[in-house]
Design a protein around this ligand. Structure first.
Ligand SMILES: *Cc1c(COP(=O)(O)O)cnc(C)c1O
Length: 377
């Protein structure tokens, strides 16, 4: 799929660094996911890449959207998405922003504690609410644990309370962690969710409708991942096992898996240096770094594949770093990256599968370097 991007890069001499996103690849990823989960509603997590052309393309395919702020709400509405295809899944919202969403017509909100529930009741009376439970995020390369989610026991109490204060208890959500490489992680959370459904139905006459299985579906980085079919098989088996004949409405909130593999960052090698203290390992400085879109290289968590003009020739160990005057602007030092010995300053290099969580993470101008520019083709 990225062949189109390389061709575009060859025929257009673009200033670097830049991100090229192939919209056809985004559309294909959406179709693949819909086919793997024909029984689920897909809400694209806009934060993964909020480029308007991406939102428009997905909207035209009937995709729904998971938003986290008034700006993301406006973006989706302006891209033609109807308000009833938006869900406000951020569990941390200002009252005014809840009110803004409610006025825009959004009726689906996530929460994970009393304070948030009360805010929603105040600013979006009667709204449907989804309670987010915590997960351990084991196996995730970019975990989303600790900060979000309540215990199952608390979820039961909170969803009862939601009804008491005039909201509509609608479902349970979780996120097993982004770039989740262990497909079995969903099974446990689905089991816990089924128990919450059962308890509420028996004890409080509350019939929840939806299970929100979050995102977490992987992009293709340096280490191989299981095919999508393994994810969908495992999740469908778990739903069957824990819910039997009472299948809930299934919601997915993919971000990374829809846009990650559809993007390539082109960068220029600014400098290649060797030090007498570590002569084996070259330091390769790129014109893109931690502060210009590669935030997920923090702790070397997300390991992008790198393509050079000399691939296949003899290689050697490297440290990859960004261009700024900050020593935290190192991409990979421990992750054993190797690049061809022939690479030189001034040459171009590509970082693959960089369509998700890059451009939107780029700083406004640290050290005077402008934000990463995106071209959608
Ligand atoms: C970021 C986020 C997602 C998307 O996660 P991916 O791992 O990128 O698929 C989904 N749901 C919520 C609530 C999120 O915050």
């Amino acid at each position: 799929m990225t062949e189109r991007i390389f061709e575009y890069l060859r025929s257009n001499d673009l200033p670097t660094p830049c991100l090229i996103v192939d919209l056809a690849a985004v559309e294909q990823a959406y179709r693949d996911l819909s086919r793997a989960f024909p029984d689920a509603d897909i809400f694209y997590a806009v934060k993964a890449n909020p480029e308007p052309a991406i939102v428009q393309a997905l909207n035209e395919l009937g995709c729904a959207f998971d938003v986290a702020s008034p700006t993301e709400i406006d973006l989706c509405l302006q891209s033609g998405a109807p308000f009833d295809r938006l869900s406000y899944s951020n569990t941390i919202k200002k009252p005014a922003d809840i009110g803004y969403a409610h006025k825009a017509g959004i009726d689906l909100f996530a929460f994970d504690c009393d304070g948030e529930l009360e805010k929603i009741a105040g600013r979006a009376p009667g709204a449907q609410v989804i309670c987010r439970i915590a997960t351990e995020c084991k196996g995730a390369e970019w975990p989303l644990s600790r900060k979000f989610g309540c215990s199952p026991v608390d979820a039961i109490r909170l969803l009862k309370k939601a009804k008491e204060i005039g909201l509509t208890p609608y479902g349970v959500s979780f996120h097993v962690g982004s770039q989740q490489t262990d497909v079995t992680q969903w099974d446990y959370a689905i089991g816990v969710t089924a128990e919450i459904f059962e308890r509420l139905s028996e004890d409080a006459d509350i019939d929840l409708e939806a299970i929100d299985l979050g995102g977490g579906f992987p992009a293709r980085y340096r280490d191989p991942v299981d095919p999508l079919a393994r994810y969908s098989d495992t999740i469908h088996i778990a739903i069957e096992k824990h819910f039997g004949n009472h299948k809930p409405r299934m919601i997915l909130e993919p971000g990374r898996s829809l846009v990650g593999d559809a993007g390539v960052i082109e960068s220029e090698i600014v400098l290649v240096s060797t030090r007498d203290t570590d002569p084996e390992r070259r330091w390769v400085y790129l014109d893109v770094g931690r502060y210009h879109g590669l935030a997920e290289t923090m702790d070397e968590s997300i390991r992008y594949r790198v393509r050079t003009a000399h691939d296949g020739k003899e290689d050697g160990p490297v440290v990859l770093a960004g261009p700024t005057c900050d020593s935290t602007d190192i991409l990979y030092e421990k992750a054993d990256y190797r690049l061809p010995r022939a690479i030189k300053a001034g040459e171009r290099i590509q970082l693959l599968s960089t369509g998700a969580y890059t451009a939107s993470y780029s700083s406004v101008g640290f050290n005077g370097f402008p934000p990463l520019k995106t071209y959608c083709i």
